[in-house]
Ligand binder design. Structure first.
Ligand SMILES: NC(=O)c1ccc[n+]([C@@H]2O[C@H](COP(=O)([O-])OP(=O)(O)OC[C@H]3O[C@@H](n4cnc5c(N)ncnc54)[C@H](O)[C@@H]3O)[C@@H](O)[C@H]2O)c1
Length: 362
C-alpha cells in the first residue's frame, strides 16, 4: 500500500512487542527504532530488520508519522509533547505521566495538536477483560458498583541495572510512596464502570521487605466513582511472593472473580442462574465475546496476541478515520491520575483526595 504510516519505536525493550502488530497492519510500516543504548538499538534493529536506527529521539521524529513511547515512565510526557507539537501521533506506554502537574501540559498539548494520542493500556484488551466489558454492556451484571484490581509483581531485580545503578523503576515505581503503576489494574475496571474516579483514599502496609524504597510493600487505594461505586486497587512490586494479577466485579445482577492462579478458573455468577446455583466458569460465556474476537480479521489470523493487535489496530483506525482513539488522553488521565494523587492521601493517613477531571480544565 502506498503512503503507509511510518512508525518509529522508542525504547527497544518493551518496544519490541509492537513489531508484530504493526507488521500485520497493511497501512503501517515500522521504519525506525530509537534507543540511547547502542547495543540494544543494534540488536533490535537487526532482529526486526528496521531500516533506520536512531539514538536521538528528536532526529527520529523527523523521519516518522507515529511514535511508540516504550521509554521510562518519566519520559512519557516530555516525549509525547515533543511529538504532538511536531504533528506526530503518539502511542504512550503506561503510565501516561509520573507527576500531576505534567498531566495538564499533556492534555493541553493533545488538544492543540493535529495528531492523535493514546495510552497503550493492554489489560483493557486482554480477552477476559474484554468479555466482561461486553457482558456488562449488555446489562448482564445489572448496575455495577464494586470492582477490584490487583497487580502483585515482585520486580526487585529491575530496580538496579547490571552495574548496580538505580534504574527508572527505582525512582518512579517504588521511590515514591503512592499507588504507582496502577493503570493495569484500574483501566479495565473503569471500562466496566464507564465512570470516572472522583476521589481516592490510600493506605499501605509499611515498608517491609526492601527498606531502601519509599513505597510501602502493599499499597491499597480505594476509589470512589462518580455514581458512588467503589473500586479497590492493590499494588505490590516488592513483597516476596509469586506474581498475580487479579480482577473482580460486583453488580446488582451478578459478579465476577478472575483466577488467582494454580489452575483456578475465572468464574462468574448471574442472578438469572437462580440463587441456589453456584459459580460457572467464564469459559462457558466466550460466545459473548465481541465478533472480531471470535472471527479475527484475515490480517490477524497468525497473530500471537490478539489483544496487542486490536490495541494497535484501534489506534491506527482512529488516525485513518479521524475518530477519537479508544483510550484517548482523558481516559489515560482517568487511569493514571488517581494513582498520582494517592500520594497526598497516603501521606495524610488515608484521608480522601479529590481527582481532577481533565475534561474540564482550561
Ligand atoms: N504494558 C505493559 O505490559 C508493559 C510491560 C513492560 C513495560 N511497560 C512500560 O514500557 C516502558 C518501558 O519499560 P521497559 O521494561 O522496556 O524498560 P527498560 O528500562 O527495560 O527499557 C527502556 C529502554 O528505553 C531506552 N531509553 C531510555 N531513555 C531513552 C531516550 N531518551 N530515548 C530513547 N530510548 C531511551 C533504554 O535504553 C531502554 O532500552 C515503561 O513505561 C513501562 O512502564 C509496559
Amino acid at each position: 500500500m502506498a503512503n503507509k504510516l511510518k512508525v518509529g519505536i522508542v525504547g527497544a525493550h518493551r518496544g519490541s512487542s509492537y513489531f508484530q502488530p504493526f507488521s500485520t497492519i497493511a497501512e503501517t510500516e515500522v521504519t525506525a527504532v530509537c534507543d540511547i543504548n547502542e547495543g540494544t538499538l543494534q540488536n533490535v534493529g537487526e532482529r526486526f530488520n528496521v531500516p533506520q536506527q536512531f539514538t536521538d529521539y528528536t532526529e527520529m521524529l523527523n523521519a516518522v508519522d507515529l511514535v511508540v513511547l516504550a521509554t521510562p515512565e518519566n519520559l512519557h510526557v516530555p516525549q509525547s509533547i515533543e511529538a504532538l507539537e511536531a504533528g506526530k501521533h503518539v502511542i504512550s506506554e503506561v503510565t501516561a505521566a509520573v507527576k500531576l502537574e505534567e498531566c495538564y501540559d499533556l492534555v493541553r498539548a493533545v488538544r492543540k495538536s493535529s495528531a492523535k494520542y493514546t495510552m497503550a493500556e493492554n489489560t483493557c484488551y486482554s480477552k477476559h477483560n474484554v468479555l466482561i466489558r461486553n457482558m456488562v454492556e449488555t446489562g448482564m451484571f445489572g448496575d455495577v458498583y464494586f470492582g477490584e484490581g490487583e497487580y502483585v509483581h515482585n520486580v526487585k531485580s529491575l530496580h538496579h541495572d547490571e552495574s548496580g545503578n538505580p534504574t527508572w523503576r527505582y525512582y518512579w515505581q517504588v521511590g515514591i510512596n503512592r499507588c504507582n503503576y496502577a493503570t493495569h489494574s484500574l483501566g479495565p475496571v473503569l471500562h466496566w464502570f464507564s465512570e470516572r474516579v472522583v476521589s481516592v483514599c490510600c493506605l499501605g502496609t509499611g515498608v517491609r521487605t526492601d527498606p531502601e524504597h519509599a513505597m510501602e510493600d502493599t499499597v491499597m487505594m480505594l476509589c470512589k466513582t462518580e455514581n458512588g461505586g467503589l473500586i479497590k486497587i492493590r499494588i505490590d512490586m516488592l513483597s516476596n511472593r509469586p506474581a498475580n494479577s487479579y480482577f473482580s466485579l460486583q453488580g446488582t445482577k451478578g459478579c465476577y472473580e478472575s483466577s488467582r492462579g494454580l489452575g483456578a478458573a475465572p468464574k462468574l455468577w448471574l442472578s438469572e442462574f437462580g440463587i441456589s446455583e453456584q459459580w460457572r466458569p467464564l469459559s462457558q460465556f466466550e460466545d459473548l465475546l465481541p465478533e472480531r474476537w471470535k472471527n479475527p480479521p484475515a490480517e490477524a489470523q497468525n497473530i500471537g496476541d490478539l489483544g496487542e493487535y486490536f490495541k494497535v489496530r484501534d489506534f491506527v483506525d482512529s488516525i485513518l478515520n479521524d475518530t477519537t482513539p479508544p483510550i484517548d488522553v482523558y481516559a489515560a488521565m482517568d487511569f493514571t491520575v488517581p494513582g498520582l494523587v494517592s500520594e497526598k492521601s497516603i501521606a495524610n493517613g488515608g484521608t480522601p483526595v479529590e481527582v481532577p477531571n481533565f475534561r474540564e480544565i482550561e
